[in-house]
Design a protein around this ligand. Structure first.
Ligand code: GSH
Length: 250
């Protein structure tokens, strides 16, 4: 493992981890992935003291730059940091107002679009979390409200915050995209035609397929929750695809 490469901690199943992976693949920016089990206190768990020292919130993703020892949690903070560091102003504009629009979405995302996972996907995949039904219902309602907002925006613009692709699109897609029929199929997106058009466009963005191998492998979970073996295999395939993509960059 080269010490010059940043380390991304997480698993490809995690939506916020996928957003960071996608950004780095899109920019052909090499990294090493270290697997961290979300929620576990075990050796490779996100609630283990060793990991908490890197990211006190105990969530994935976390980025580490081994040479300086710098660590950073929160997918949106990581993406903004990488864009600022590398001058990726196409994805995170240096124009203050354009950047503020991207920041608007990144903040809005958390209690609205992010609820796709809390309300619809996690209850199927992470039975162990025992997410109460009232929380699932409220999350699904938040998501529906956010989709109405996004559908309105996307009627007049190609991407979430304007004409161009930005990190807001990566953040939004990893949540909304996972609901599509070719992935988990747990939510009807047909009432949102502009969102659907944007989803199709986003599927053409380089890195999309590599980042979504885990979901493609998992397939439709609308009728039946996947078993542990299926989840493990999907994770294995996703890591294989990521390894191939990272080797191709070297
Ligand atoms: N706001 C955080 C959310 C991160 C998050 O919720 N990660 C989940 C996995 S998708 C996690 O680490 N859960 C484990 C836990 O909370 O213990 C971000 O965008 O990075």
């Amino acid at each position: 493992m080269s010490s010059a490469r940043p380390i991304l901690y997480g698993v490809p199943f995690s939506q916020p981890v996928r957003a960071v992976m996608w950004l780095m693949l899109y920019k052909q920016s090499p990294f090493d992935m270290v697997l961290i089990n979300p929620g576990s206190k075990g050796d490779n768990g996100s609630r283990n003291p060793a990991y908490l020292a890197k990211n006190p919130s105990g969530t994935i993703p976390c980025l580490e730059e081994p040479e300086s020892g710098f660590t950073l949690g929160e997918a949106h903070a990581i993406m903004a940091y990488l864009c600022s560091k590398h001058g990726w102003h196409d994805l995170y504009p240096d124009d203050l107002q354009a950047r503020a629009q991207v920041d608007w979405y990144l903040n809005y995302h958390h209690r609205n679009v992010r609820d796709a996972s809390v309300g619809l996907v996690a209850p199927k995949i992470r039975k162990d979390l025992n997410i109460p039904e009232v929380i699932q219902l409220s999350a699904a309602a938040n998501l529906a409200g956010a989709l109405r907002v996004l559908d309105g925006l996307l009627q007049n613009q190609a991407h979430v915050t304007g004409a161009n692709l930005t990190i807001a699109d990566f953040a939004a897609y990893v949540e909304i995209g996972q609901l599509q029929p070719q992935f988990t199929n747990v939510f009807d997106l047909s009432p949102y035609p502009n969102v659907q058009r944007w989803l199709r466009d986003m599927a053409e963005v380089p890195g999309h397929d590599t980042v979504h191998v885990a979901l493609a492998e998992l397939g439709d979970i609308s009728q039946q929750a996947p078993d542990m073996e299926t989840i493990k295999n999907a994770n294995k395939r996703a890591l294989g695809a990521l390894k191939t993509a990272l080797e191709a960059m070297a």
